[in-house]
Design a protein around this ligand. Structure first.
Ligand SMILES: *Cc1c(COP(=O)(O)O)cnc(C)c1O
Length: 380
């Protein structure tokens, strides 16, 4: 029987060192690896192609995702870009209309060169998804929960739509991590992560990871990762693997705090609207309860008329104004000015991201302190 998630996350790569019997796998910073025989290709040869720490990290995350394997990259954006390398010229991509701002910037910039066409659609709406994923679509890039509005899309249903037209489905799983959602088990072909966020969890490195369902596709993307030189650095891989060991505990605890905070926010008259899939009032609640293990650490909110979001975030003491998510420290962000500033105002309007929206990434501090912090920031 496969061991529990916490056991697999903690034990990943332990005791694998054969030189010193180090329990924690050491960092190999060497760019070159000595050969015993010039004609025999060793497992490690040159560090762009592969390095031991990168390999352990990719294996560990792929194991949690239920994938054939994974590729650790220098950033989340590099992981998404890696998926685009093999698309035939003129291929059609369908992407969540409220995907991460950097994802839209990347797709738009690449599409401008004529390599492929991209259509953005609200994939949380089954009718819109069915209309968008038409013949000629080669890749569907889905973000669920989407960010910042936390819309929930049905991974199994979208995988079926994609496969029926001969397209592949990639899910950006950054917001939940494989502890809370496993897209490949739900039918996706790829699960993509920014390891910068929950997986590392300590906000001190940048990295990405693509997990692949099919072994032949994995090999092809490994070829591209070496060709384009986007593999993760040894030290960053070490940090991400260290972070991964506590991911199951962090993800659950942060989700619980976020649920407590969202519930408190929903009952406060200074808040006009709360997006949190864990609230029964959220339109994607039942679907999220089915395809996720918990509801995640992100909350978006709109203030009651008359309250200025820029004033409120200025008055936070614990929530730090910074644009990331998933770390142990709580962060606040105004997406229109920060994480989603790369989108045009029209694209933001279409995705339902008003200039007044505040997004919170709930960390591991005492939840009473976090609620007190929000309460006093709202009081001004
Ligand atoms: C941060 C993020 C990315 C990009 O990852 P980087 O590591 O910053 O390159 C992609 N998707 C989502 C959902 C993100 O939050």
């Amino acid at each position: 029987m496969s061991k529990g998630l916490r056991t697999r996350a903690i034990r990943a790569g332990l005791n694998s060192d054969r030189n010193s019997n180090a329990v924690i796998p050491p960092i190999a910073l060497s760019s070159a690896f000595r050969r015993e025989d010039p004609a025999v290709q060793p497992q490690f040869d040159y560090a762009r192609t592969n390095n031991p720490g990168r390999c352990l990290l990719a294996e560990a995350v792929a194991d949690l995702e239920g994938a054939a394997g994974g590729i650790a990259t220098v950033s989340g954006m590099a992981a998404i870009d890696l998926l685009l390398h093999d698309l035939a010229h003129g291929a059609r991509i369908v992407c969540s209309h409220d995907a991460y701002g950097g994802t839209r910037r990347l797709l738009d910039a690449r599409a401008l060169g004529g390599r492929f066409t991209v259509q953005y659609a609200d994939l949380s709406d089954p009718d819109i998804a069915r209309e968008a994923i038409t013949a000629g679509t080669r890749l569907v890039l889905l973000e669920t929960p989407s960010n910042p509005r936390l819309r929930i899309s049905d991974i199994t249903a979208i995988a079926a739509l994609a496969h029926a037209t001969g397209a592949e489905l990639a899910v950006d799983n950054t917001v939940l991590s494989p502890v809370l959602q496993r897209p490949i088990e739900l039918g996706a072909d790829y699960s993509v992560q920014s390891t910068t966020k929950l997986i590392n969890g300590h906000s001190d490195m940048v990295g990405g990871l693509v997990c692949v369902r099919d072994a032949a596709r994995l090999e092809r993307l490994q070829w591209w990762a070496n060709c384009a030189g986007v593999g993760a650095a040894a030290f960053d891989s070490y940090l991400a693997l260290r972070g991964l060991r506590t991911l199951p505990l962090r993800a659950q605890a942060q989700s619980q705090s976020a649920l407590d905070i969202a519930t408190w926010l929903a009952g406060d008259e200074r808040i006009a609207h709360v997006d949190y899939p864990g609230l029964h009032s959220h339109p994607g609640h039942a679907l999220a309860a089915r395809q996720q293990a918990a509801f995640g650490q992100l909350i978006s909110l709109e203030l009651a008329p008359g309250l200025d979001p820029r004033e409120v975030v200025r008055h936070f003491d614990i929530f730090t104004l910074a644009q990331s998510l998933g770390g142990v420290e709580s962060l606040a962000n105004i997406p229109a000015l920060m994480t989603h500033a790369a989108m045009t105002p029209e694209a933001r309007a279409e995705a339902g991201i008003p200039d007044t929206l505040i997004r919170l990434s709930v960390g591991l501090e005492s939840v009473e302190d976090l609620i007190d912090d929000i309460d006093s920031a709202l009081a001004g």
